[in-house]
Design a protein around this ligand. Sequence first.
Ligand SMILES: [Zn+2]
Length: 134
Amino acid sequence: MRQCACPRCKRPPKTLVRLPANFKCADVICDFCGYLGQIKASVVSDINAPPKSILGAAWEPQKQRMDAGIYFPLFLVLADKGMVSHAIYYLAADLQRPDMFLPRKPLSENARRAGWQGFIYDLSAVGTGLVRLR
Ligand SMILES: [Zn+2]
């Protein structure tokens, strides 16, 4: 992520810093302007074609944030299967809508995290909102 300029302050790259893994709402912060973003990584066959959907995280906190009108900018890092090349896409927070976030079925009682419910990002309707950074 240090290869990307911060989308808010547009400072030269290297201002986006990883947050600790236990930091719940975001993955990176700009150490100049305080901008927060989430990162999702995925391995795909063609990095020039963003997937129609990607796996998100826990549904409950996502739903609570949406109920409060809070969205975080999303960086989508795509790597090809050989991990040779990658692409970074960006979806601004103000282009996100509740119907992009689809709850998944809660995990069954036999699962290690029984009852846990995740969500997927439905990117099929985002269109040109998803811009390629590099
Ligand atoms: Zn910034």
